[in-house]
Design a protein around this ligand. Structure first.
Ligand code: NA7
Length: 546
């Protein structure tokens, strides 16, 4: 087991850093800024040819954020927030990329970011208390700290359907979309998958393609986005309210400014419930899930909100058979990531858009000019896999990470991910995860969660350096306690009832563990602050020169 660690320490590393950050999305960029402020020598390694993380890759037609743009930004600097204005209620992928590139230039981040460099291995060199980081370009970097800003949805998943190699047309995954775009005009197209990426891309592809086949395994709950241009007044208001809005978002349950109804569904009359749901539905966006205090914990309350959406589907989709196929019945609303829609349901009213229910017959195989489901054969020129990601753990486990004593993270997490506060892993000193399993990040406004995590890690590193502490490492019992707490919290809600990517259920063979923390960002923040206030309680701190 020790061979790897020993051999890693024998070869001289090519460059020395205080910190290596993997990934240049929101988390990696902000982490770089925070560590630079504290005078650390930092290198960011990024596989893509540009900054932006998940937004760099997910440039499929219709790609758009489903958190309100004025809330989906880094808010550490009021000056920057005043300089930047969003044009729409929900920012398009292109606008988010402009914002992220603006941040990279404005903060002069690029000189410390190495692009087109994929980290393939990381090995902890115990005698020297340092990490050796190896890349696909042959770099060997040596770093005291490693921060994994690898994203929760960055390992695209193309299902293992027999025959894909024999397909004569073009195929793409929404999460690895070509930068030059894809021409659909005059073509017959198949979209496989109806999560957020499918739901956003289908209506846009339908406008261009001659024929569109949508292959659906599970119908999803969709809510109108009601996207629109932001007025000058709205933009100004968000700038003027910067301090208060930032405070509110950071101390909220979900990292947003949305307001929860404090009443449970049972405390309301039928009329009140219907009005609440209708108001929030019209408003658009995720606030629908805040209609009742118990919407995600009580079956009846949830069913009331779910029934309301099912009725809307029946009104929008003209063909009753198609409407029924699009109607979700197998999971409580909100327990799979809710999808925001712009003309998704309406797209199925067009004669050239066909819905195929994979629950009746799954895809048997792909052939040269299409695919076969049971006794039906479909012909098309292009396949769009909107089939999601090896979420939360995929990007981390794609790297060959070995901690103390040669311990492999893949082995350590074989039965599911285990972290302390979503940040530290026992046996992996000075390794920090951002938005990792065990944090609330993916259930909240991720950017606000990322800000909280990064601030915590930056403060922690400052604490260690100020006190000459060489290493920090999660203690096994603290890790176990946190994993139990994350599990217990999840099982107090309806979340585990769905086959979601939160549960690892979208990946064949992946352990079924509810990975995110459902307790909310405000509770998580308090817990992190308490741990820091007690000198990083639950972590083992080792004194020593560094
Ligand atoms: P999601 O939400 O994981 O959706 C993937 C979709 O692909 C979903 O409908 C899956 O059905 C379907 N899928 C996955 N594998 C298959 C196979 N083998 N056959 C047929 N259909 C399949 O990914 P997205 O990219 O849409 O969204 C990811 C996140 O990005 C989203 O949650 C937001 O946070 C933004 P299933 O439901 O598993 O039956």
């Amino acid at each position: 087991m020790n061979t790897r660690a020993n051999s890693a320490s024998k070869q001289p590393p090519t460059a020395n850093y205080d910190a290596v950050i993997v990934g240049a999305g929101f988390a990696g960029m902000y982490m770089l800024q925070r560590l630079r402020e504290r005078g650390l020598a930092v290198r960011v390694l990024e596989a893509a040819a540009g900054v932006g993380g998940v937004w760099y890759w997910n440039r499929y037609p219709g790609a758009r954020c489903d958190v309100e743009s004025v809330e989906y930004q880094l808010n550490f600097s009021e000056e920057i927030q005043r300089e930047w204005s969003w044009s729409e209620r929900y920012a398009s992928q292109a606008e988010i990329m402009r914002y992220m590139n603006y941040l990279a230039d404005r903060l002069d981040l690029r000189r410390d970011i190495q692009l087109e460099t994929r980290v393939i291995a990381m090995t902890y060199d115990e005698p020297e208390a340092r990490w050796i980081v190896e890349t696909d370009r042959g770099d060997r970097l040596c770093s005291h700290y490693c921060i994994m800003a690898t994203g929760c949805l960055s390992a695209a998943q193309v299902p293992d359907i027999p025959g894909l190699d024999s397909f004569q047309g073009e195929w793409y995954h929404t999460g690895e979309w070509p930068h030059d775009g894809v021409q659909f005009a005059g073509k017959s197209v198949a979209v496989i998958g109806t999560g957020s990426s499918g739901i956003q891309s289908i209506p846009v592809i339908a406008m261009e393609a001659d024929a569109l086949y949508v292959f659906q395994r599970t119908p999803n709950f969709v809510l109108p986005a009601n996207n629109r241009a932001l007025s000058t007044d709205e933009t100004q208001r968000s700038k003027d309210n910067f301090t208060e809005d930032r405070r509110r978002a950071h101390h909220s349950f979900g990292g947003t400014l949305g307001i929860f109804n404090e009443k449970t569904a049972h405390e309301m009359t039928e009329e009140q419930r219907a009005r609440e749901l209708e108001d929030r539905y019209r408003q658009g966006g995720f606030s629908y899930l805040m209609s009742f205090a118990d919407l995600l914990t009580d079956n009846e309350a949830n069913e009331c909100a779910a029934r309301f959406i099912r009725k809307k589907i029946a009104k929008i989709v003209r063909d009753p058979q198609v409407a029924m196929t699009l109607t979700p019945v197998d999971h409580p609303i909100g327990t799979k990531r809710l999808c925001l829609d712009t003309n998704y349901l309406e797209a199925f009213n067009a004669p050239h858009v066909k819905l195929i229910d994979l629950r009746k017959a799954p895809i048997d195989r792909i052939v040269a000019n299409g695919l076969i489901c049971g006794d039906r054969e479909f012909e098309f020129d292009v396949i769009v896999f909107a089939t999601g990601f090896d979420a939360m753990t995929g990007a981390l486990l794609n790297i060959d990470i070995h901690g103390r004593g040669g311990l492999s993270l893949r082995d350590r997490w074989a039965a599911g991910p285990r972290t302390y506060l979503g940040t530290g892993v026992a046996g992996f000193p000075n390794l920090f995860l951002i938005a990792g399993p065990g944090t609330p990040a993916v259930l909240t406004n991720t950017v606000v969660a990322i800000e909280q995590h990064v601030d915590w890690v930056a403060d922690c590193i400052a604490y260690l350096r100020d006190r000459n502490i060489a290493t920090i490492e999660a203690l096994p019992n603290a890790e176990e306690g946190w994993v139990d707490h994350v599990n217990e919290a999840a099982h107090m809600t309806l979340y585990p009832l769905a086959n979601s990517w939160y549960m690892g259920a979208n990946m064949p063979g992946k352990p079924r563990i509810f990975m995110p923390y459902v307790g909310g960002l405000s509770t998580f923040r308090k817990r992190c602050e308490a741990v820091a206030a007690k000198g990083y309680d639950g972590f083992l701190l080792r004194q020593g020169a560094r």
